[in-house]
Design a protein around this ligand. Structure first.
Ligand code: UDP
Length: 236
């Protein structure tokens, strides 16, 4: 499969059309941004790590009944994915309080939640990704109630599968963000990425942060944390 025109360049990835209209190629970059683009930087090797980590996690999810966009890893940084129209929602799943939830609700980071929390943010750079609920999503026509039910069911399943899978390599899954897409026939599938950019991963024993919070909060050893996740998941 060959890349043709570039469709889109985002903060962390480029997306290309291919010679087959059913597939796109994504190319992961080392660029990092945080706080709605206010903080910018580079994390050396991040693109290659996120591509391979995301593909390995998507492969595991697919095997366990969650349909994903993954088709084929082309190289360290590039992957063939199914063409989808992204549902403009950031779907956030939380097991332990951290980040914006801690701030908003006054819960110290690390507080175990009594049950899993599901949140939606409407993807809009101009609006700063406002949090929305099921009613807003229906009222704005972002997704139908049926689509949203599918998205919520898959999101909880992804949480259960990822939590168990990561536990085995000594990582506690605090929270994560995922995105879904619609294939041309309207099927909802998991899209975008699952990586240290989009999840909070804490070392199960030491509590050390192994994710993008090291970049957001200037904690140092950002590259080392990404490499550690890759090593634990892929053995390299
Ligand atoms: N997240 C993300 N992209 C975003 C916002 C959040 O991938 O634009 C992820 C983030 O890495 C964390 C989870 O979603 O794993 C919850 O993030 P939170 O709402 O706490 O926001 P943050 O504190 O990261 O701004």
């Amino acid at each position: 499969m060959k890349k043709t025109e570039q469709l889109y360049e985002g903060k962390a990835k480029k997306v290309f059309k291919t010679d087959d209209e059913n597939y796109y190629i994504v190319s992961y970059k080392d660029d990092a941004t945080a706080f709605n683009g206010l903080k910018k930087g580079t994390i050396e090797g991040k693109g290659a790590i996120n591509n391979q980590v995301s593909n390995s996690l998507m492969k595991m999810l697919e095997k366990n009944g969650v349909p994903t966009h993954l088709v084929e890893e082309l190289s360290e940084r590039e992957t063939v994915v199914k063409r989808v129209e992204i549902v403009p929602l950031e779907v956030i799943v939380r097991n332990i309080a951290a980040g914006s939830l801690s701030k908003r609700l006054g819960l110290p980071e690390g507080t175990k939640l009594k049950s899993t929390v599901l949140e939606y943010c409407y993807k809009s750079d101009e609006l700063g990704d406002p949090m929305v609920n099921d009613y807003h999503i229906a009222a704005l026509g972002i997704a139908t109630p049926e689509e949203l039910k599918t998205i919520a069911d898959y999101s909880f399943k992804v949480n259960d599968l990822l939590t168990d899978y990561l536990k085995d390599v000594g990582i506690e899954l605090i929270d994560f963000k995922i995105e879904f897409g619609r294939t041309p026939d309207g099927t909802i599938i998991l899209a975008d990425e699952i990586s240290p950019d989009t999840c909070r991963f804490w070392d199960s024993k030491t509590g050390e942060k192994l994710d993008k919070d090291r970049f957001r909060r200037d904690l140092g050893n950002v590259e080392g944390a990404y490499q550690e996740v890759m090593k634990r998941l892929l053995g390299k």
